[in-house]
Design a protein around this ligand. Structure first.
Ligand code: AKG
Length: 247
């Protein structure tokens, strides 16, 4: 854990120095402003951490993690979708409205799982996760999204009146604990008003036999086989640069 934490801090500190503004990833919109109590909230994000340090490659390929995922997913053919990290700083760490990750990268068979590694002891006070248990069984819900006109980035969430963050169940976790959940599970997270930061590392994985229903959310190492095989992967010269599998 200390090796992961040190590599994570070193990466964020270096990228802060290079381009702090470029790491901003907090959501926009009136619903966000409202749950953030109209303070000037922020969250810093870096994607594809395995492209920055081998420590993260070792995390995503760790045999104990893959043993657990194989049990949960009921397949040994597991591929990477993407990784990212969020740092919610003390006193102004951004909340997240309740959402399903599905809306960001929809797939046909809904095998996608979020593997949420906590790098700090986490409670609602420092911006921890909150979930609606069992909500993954509801299937994809209506998307209440907003698009940033400047960047074109879209933010997706569900009806904040029907599924408020305040009625969700808090998830408490110790540093080093991993929470695994379906990309259909309604989840969000609290504002960090405490004096502690909240760091996390997120890995999204899917079964090899699943496939995207929209051509969105491409990222480095997508499709990397973490365990087992991917029999859907193209092998012709003509398709050697494709990121999509053949189904
Ligand atoms: O960083 C967080 O607390 C939540 C992030 C999240 O829900 C997501 O990226 O889908």
């Amino acid at each position: 854990m200390n090796e992961i934490s040190d590599a994570y801090n070193e990466l964020f500190e270096r990228k802060h120095r290079e381009n702090l503004a470029g790491l901003e990833s907090s959501w926009i919109g009136d619903d966000m402003k409202k749950i953030a109590g109209y303070i000037d909230y922020t969250v810093k994000s870096i994607h594809a951490l395995q492209m920055h340090s081998a420590v993260f490659t070792r995390v995503i390929t760790h045999p104990n993690l893959l043993d657990a995922l194989e049990d949960i997913m009921d397949t040994e053919d597991i591929v990477l979708h993407h990784t990212k990290a969020h740092v919610k700083p003390p006193e102004k760490g951004a909340p997240y409205l309740m959402h399903q990750d599905y809306h960001y990268f929809p797939h046909k068979k809904h095998t996608m799982l979020a593997v949420f590694l906590h790098l700090d002891d986490t409670t609602p006070e420092n911006g921890g996760l909150a979930v609606y248990p069992g909500s993954h069984k509801l299937g994809p819900l209506k998307d209440y999204g907003v698009t940033d006109e400047k960047t074109g980035d879209s933010y997706h969430y569900v009806n904040p009146e029907k599924y408020p963050l305040s009625k969700a169940e808090p998830v408490l976790a110790k540093k080093g604990e991993i929470i695994v959940f379906s990309y259909l599970l309604l989840h969000g997270s609290y504002l960090n008003l405490s004096d502690r930061s909240r760091r996390m590392f997120l890995i999204q994985v899917r079964a090899a036999d699943d496939e995207p229903t929209e051509d969105v959310h491409k990222s480095p190492c997508q499709g990397l086989v973490l365990r087992g095989n991917n029999i859907y992967r193209e092998a012709t010269m003509a398709n050697r640069f494709t990121t999509m599998d053949k189904h």
